[in-house]
Design a protein around this ligand. Structure first.
Ligand code: SF4
Length: 98
């Protein structure tokens, strides 16, 4: 992947997406990062935002309700997902995970 050439230190999570078509409601992400992930009425993971209703759609880091959550926790949450439904991107749009 090209983002590896940029060096790991610059790989900061800037954007998150939950692929609802892949999410099976296992809630592993919620267990790892309950301040950021929750399940909606359809048992799909959504991102908790500070000034808008939760969404699975593309969400910028600065829109998250929990501004203190760190990269490691976001990455752990994504890695915990059994269907790899959580996509993480850096600020240049490079896919960090999966
Ligand atoms: S861990 Fe994955 S499958 Fe489970 S709720 Fe979160 S996004 Fe959905």
């Amino acid at each position: 992947m090209e983002n590896q050439a940029n060096g790991q230190k610059k790989s900061r999570v800037a954007k998150l997406v939950v692929r609802r078509d892949l999410c099976i409601g296992a809630a592993s992400c919620v267990a790892v990062a309950p301040s950021t992930f929750e399940l909606d009425a359809e048992n799909k993971a959504v991102l908790r935002r500070k000034q808008a209703p939760p969404t699975s759609d593309e969400t910028k880091r600065e829109e998250l309700e929990d501004q203190a959550i760190d990269d490691d926790t976001l990455m752990l949450a994504a890695q915990s997902c059994p269907t790899q439904a959580i996509y993480l991107y850096d600020d240049e749009g490079n896919q960090l995970y999966p």
